[in-house]
Design a protein around this ligand. Structure first.
Ligand code: FAD
Length: 386
């Protein structure tokens, strides 16, 4: 076991932190207030090559592993920035990489690596299916050399900032398959060619995170854009889940450490009753408790990342790390709120913004209940609730 970062990993962390220092709190406060997309920040990450580090070198990417990608995302959020606007560009291409044909990889990956194509929209969730993905009703019917897609998605994030969207559709209705996860397929939709066959309705949320409801009306997708085998798309999606959970856990941990650092610093400086508030155990201990929880979640995340890079599928570690990271970060957010007193609620200090953002990972990309169901049923062998 080796718990130290290598020299190269430390260099990655420091370079990302340097880039993030150019986007201080007032930049993010403005993004939050105007509910806009951090275009300059995402462009800077793209230009520096950080969003393509998981693309293999043969396709023009960095050819690095999940450990390094986790480090990049954690550092972004630990610096007070927000990686949610850009993280999907890093890992959504994994479905094409693992399941695409050689032709698809050559067509898309080098341009994704160069940042010329943005693949950061991923349409899975539907209003009537919710977490039960096998119940999706968006259909794709083969018509010559195209699929014709009808239906709709909800909570499709970053649609307006994507050239391509990975879309989960039913090519065989639920009622006609023996196994409920069969009959689902993955299409790579070129949004630049979609015209008015996709209606987009932005959804307002408590965080500056562009997400949308989509309606498909005879959207024509070339059959050559089917990723993987028709009817076996559910498996393609599942194979990317562990990577996604490790990476989401990492950015969430970054937020958690940011809260702990801000709270410790403020608790040491702020004097009330003639002494620093951090001298009071009611302030000091919740911060220390959250810190211990973050460090524990971080270790599980690194174990998952190391196993993933060694070619294993670390379902337990990836899921448990996402669960624990989201809980530890929310504990850190709450401790920071208590520490800052009334100032925690003011917009100026940034605590309330990150506090709102810290609630999201308990729900998305997968809710913590479903993570617990995974652990209870798939790891511990208890009966299934669905
Ligand atoms: C800001 C934001 C961005 C998002 N971005 C995307 C995106 O880009 N692409 C995308 O496809 N989706 C996206 N989502 C959707 C997100 O993944 C879902 O909201 C999430 O998976 C939960 O689904 P749901 O909202 O339909 O909840 P539901 O499935 O309706 O569940 C509601 C509650 O019931 C619980 N529950 C349901 N079944 C069980 C059970 N068997 N046992 C215990 N508890 C259960 C759930 O855990 C949850 O707490 C986003 C959501 C948000 C809020």
């Amino acid at each position: 076991m080796d718990f130290e970062l290598t020299k190269d990993q430390i260099a990655i962390r420091d370079a990302v932190a340097d880039l993030c220092a150019r986007y201080p709190e007032d930049y993010w406060r403005n993004i939050d207030a105007t509910r806009t997309y951090p275009q300059e920040f995402v462009e800077a990450l793209t230009e520096a090559g950080w969003l393509s580090i998981l693309v293999p070198e043969e396709f023009g990417g960095g050819g690095l592993g999940i450990v390094e990608a986790a480090l990049v995302l954690e550092t972004i959020n630990r610096s007070g920035c927000s990686s949610v606007a850009a993280h999907a560009q890093m890992y959504t291409m994994g479905t094409v990489l693992r399941h695409g044909t050689d032709e698809q990889k050559q067509r898309f990956l080098p341009r994704i690596a160069r940042g010329e194509l943005r693949l950061q929209a991923f349409g899975v969730t539907e209003p009537d299916a919710g977490t039960d993905t096998t119940r999706i009703r968006t259909t794709a019917v083969r018509d010559g050399d195209h699929y014709v897609v009808n239906g709709g998605k909800i909570f499709t994030s970053r649609f307006q900032h994507s050239d391509l969207m990975l879309l989960l559709v039913r090519t065989t209705p639920y009622e006609e398959v023996e196994k409920k996860s069969d009959g689902i397929s993955v299409l790579l939709v070129d949004l630049r060619e979609a015209g008015d066959s996709i209606e987009v309705r932005p959804i307002d949320t408590m965080v500056a995170h562009e997400t949308n409801q989509l309606f498909f009306d005879d959207l024509r997708v070339p059959a050559e854009n089917l990723v993987g085998v028709e009817g076996k798309g559910f498996r393609c999606i599942l194979s990317g889940m562990n990577a996604e959970r490790i990476l989401v856990a990492s950015e969430v941990l970054g937020d958690g450490f940011w809260f702990v650092e801000k709270a410790s610093e403020y608790a040491t400086k702020r004097e009330v009753f003639g002494r620093p508030i951090g001298q009071n155990q009611g302030i000091q201990f919740p911060i220390a408790q959250a810190y211990a929880q973050l460090e524990a979640a971080s270790l599980l995340r690194w174990k998952g990342a190391a196993k993933f890079d060694a070619g294993e599928q670390p379902g337990m570690e990836a899921n448990a790390a996402k669960l624990l990271a989201s809980q530890a970060t929310f504990a850190a957010a709450n401790a920071a709120m208590d520490t800052f007193g009334g100032y925690g609620l003011t917009v100026e200090y940034g605590i309330e913004r990150k506090f709102r953002e810290a609630r999201l990972p308990m729900v998305a990309p997968i809710s913590n209940n479903l993570v617990l169901a995974y652990l209870g049923q798939n790891v511990l062998g208890m009966p299934k609730s669905y």
